[in-house]
Design a protein around this ligand. Structure first.
Ligand SMILES: Nc1ncnc2c1ncn2[C@@H]1O[C@H](COP(=O)(O)OP(=O)(O)OP(=O)(O)O)[C@@H](O)[C@H]1O
Ligand SMILES: [Mg+2]
Length: 270
């Protein structure tokens, strides 16, 4: 099962939710991989550079800078001929958390995308991920706030799309615009793509406008997930110590909401 978190609007919680849902999945015993396709590298920074090595017997990767296996290398080999093509699994790095691996992003992806586009490499991610089916139960892809080459590749490779939103008027407009794109991608490239739902992040239950926006989106037939995620400084604290909330504060309200969200999307999945 491959999920992509996507919203063209920036700062809505894509990276935070990708990493935390993936960490919950891993903590529940599912072999889970995060793929970071955003050159800001936020998900990579969050899940790597961990201050606490998980297993002292194994030298754990501590810094993103020390990792050379990343998405830029994965893509680079698709346009470099006469070299041995490495299987996708060789680009994976472990994190400090059990069952949780990552293929980190790299700023070099910015330089590569024109070449990739001109050589029609939009399906390479899908092909690459096919190889990982036997290794991972769940794959979560974090994307940049744009419908660029990489996010389009992710939407072509994924089974499901989750759309985090902050519940304001600009976000609502972004949702309409995005739904149109998603329908086109489904029709032209990936008929199996399912919009799993909109996630109300940093939701203020007591304020009038967010609830109104959610209710209106629902009334218009958009799938909005029932679980909402409130705003808490714990999220920033979790980024700062590079530890997803399920490990940092398993009993915290925000963590419980994230677990409820994970349970809602997992439903009866195997
Ligand atoms: N539930 C939350 N509570 C408090 N802060 C949050 C929450 N979700 C996200 N944030 C904060 O909002 C900011 C943006 O979050 P994040 O980076 O996950 O969004 P994004 O959609 O990935 O952004 P970008 O579009 O730049 O990639 C971060 O500073 C993060 O700490
Ligand atoms: Mg992000």
């Amino acid at each position: 099962m491959i999920r992509v978190l996507f919203n063209k609007k920036g700062g809505v919680g894509k990276s935070s939710l990708t990493c935390n849902l993936a960490a919950i999945s891993a903590a529940k015993g599912l072999k889970t991989l995060v793929i970071d396709l955003d050159t800001q590298c936020n998900a990579s920074q969050y899940l790597l550079n961990s201050p606490e090595p998980h297993n002292s017997l194994e030298p754990r990767i501590k810094s993103l800078d020390q990792i050379t296996d990343n998405m830029a290398q994965f893509y680079d080999q698709t346009i470099t001929f006469h070299i041995r093509k490495k299987p996708t699994i060789e680009f994976v790095s472990p994190t400090a958390f059990e069952n949780l691996d990552i293929i980190p992003s790299s700023p070099e992806l910015d330089q590569l995308h024109t070449k990739l586009e001109s050589r029609h490499k939009i399906y390479k991610l899908k092909e690459g991920l096919e190889q990982l089916k036997g290794y991972y139960d769940r794959i979560y892809i974090d994307t940049a706030p744009a419908l660029n080459f990489y996010s389009l590749s992710a939407l072509i490779a994924a089974d499901r799309c989750l759309i985090p939103m902050d519940c304001d008027e600009f976000s609502r407009q972004a949702i309409y615009n995005m739904m149109q794109h998603l329908m086109e991608i489904k029709e032209d490239h990936n008929p199996a793509l399912e919009v799993e739902g909109i996630i109300a992040n940093q939701f203020m239950a007591r304020a009038k406008v967010p609830l109104q926006i959610i209710n209106e989106l629902k009334a218009e037939g958009h799938k909005v997930l029932e679980s909402t995620i409130s705003s808490s400084v714990k999220m920033r604290e979790s980024h700062q110590v590079h530890m997803p909330l399920i490990h940092l504060a398993p009993k915290h309200k925000l963590t419980l909401e994230l677990v409820a969200l994970w349970e809602e999307i997992e439903g009866g999945e195997k």
